[in-house]
Design a protein around this ligand. Sequence first.
Ligand SMILES: NC(=O)c1ccc[n+]([C@@H]2O[C@H](COP(=O)([O-])OP(=O)(O)OC[C@H]3O[C@@H](n4cnc5c(N)ncnc54)[C@H](O)[C@@H]3O)[C@@H](O)[C@H]2O)c1
Ligand SMILES: [Zn+2]
Length: 361
Amino acid sequence: MKRLTVRAASRSYPIMVGRGVLDELGAAVRKLRGAGRVVVLSDANVAPLYLGRARAGLEQAGLDVSEVVLPAGEREKSLARAEELYGVLYDRGLRRSDTLVALGGGVIGDLGGFVAATFQRGIGFVQAPTTLLAQVDASVGGKVAVDFRAGKNYVGTFYQPNLVVADLATLDTLPERELRSGAAEAAKHGLLAGGPVLRRAQQLARAPLVAGAVTQELVAGSIRYKAGVVERDEQESGLRAVLNLGHTIGHAIEAATGFRRLSHGEAVALGLRAALRLSRELARLPESDEAAGHALLDELGLPSRLDGVRAEEVRALIHRDKKARQDGVRYVLLRRLGFPVLGVRVPPELELEVVEWLRTR
Ligand SMILES: NC(=O)c1ccc[n+]([C@@H]2O[C@H](COP(=O)([O-])OP(=O)(O)OC[C@H]3O[C@@H](n4cnc5c(N)ncnc54)[C@H](O)[C@@H]3O)[C@@H](O)[C@H]2O)c1
Ligand SMILES: [Zn+2]
């Protein structure tokens, strides 16, 4: 097991990463939060697999445990669902000293975190991520949100958890496509960080993508990189924006394909390819670095071509993004693998050209 500490401005907290660490959830929650109530939030896919084990440990630690199980899927990240959860917490008499545990993927983590952040202005919050995406990305850094109308993560806040318990053994039951989606975020961290974080992503890419190939070092390294960024800039006043690499175009592609045809990771992979290409044109990324970036995504089995949407539509969606500013969209690009550049303006014709390139390669 690897133990990390995130020292964010608002709160420091431990992260436990390893196979089987879910069995230590109860003792860890008890140690950090003391005696009290715990509500475990999970979804209908995850609960039958892991809720029993989470509950058993929490009960053994002497905590008063109850649960809420929601249907699986992004649609649950809504204000209506959040309100329903406030009702559950209210009825069960939760206080600020009590704790909500989010056991599941990024949907459960984002929704659970949003509810924990806002109920009584903040109760205890523990992340027990069960997807690769949530383990390497969503469970760390404190962005919590629900979707609103067409806006993904449109209503939310920053709320760091008190603890993250990332059990790699839970990935054994994750569908392959979800594993691949998470691998795209690990690849993003690799391209940003370079060095060992990149090498571990490349190692993962070389073998067939199965849960057993996901090492503690890969997940912990990816988390460590993201945590380092969050420690320096918790609320995205500057540096944290590097984590948007590939997401400006990736989000637009996700929206253009109706949030359905492509997984988040698949859309991000296309966004990363566009960012690599733009980096060569605008940030002097060496050709060999661009090629190494594409090779990593190829080997992970992530898509290389965007089908079935018009480039103009993607471009329009890029400019509707909530991070777009009055004077346009700023991109994160790379001047070398491991060396991001923030705030690059991309001329509109080049935006169109790069999306067209994705469509026709
Ligand atoms: N807060 C952040 O910083 C951040 C970062 C990235 C993504 N996100 C959010 O995360 C969400 C996506 O997360 P996700 O990809 O984990 O999606 P998800 O939570 O929908 O999980 C994907 C699917 O896998 C199932 N599942 C989860 N764990 C499983 C397991 N161990 N075995 C079998 N099935 C399992 C789920 O039921 C679901 O059907 C999006 O809403 C996105 O906005 C947040
Ligand atoms: Zn992402």
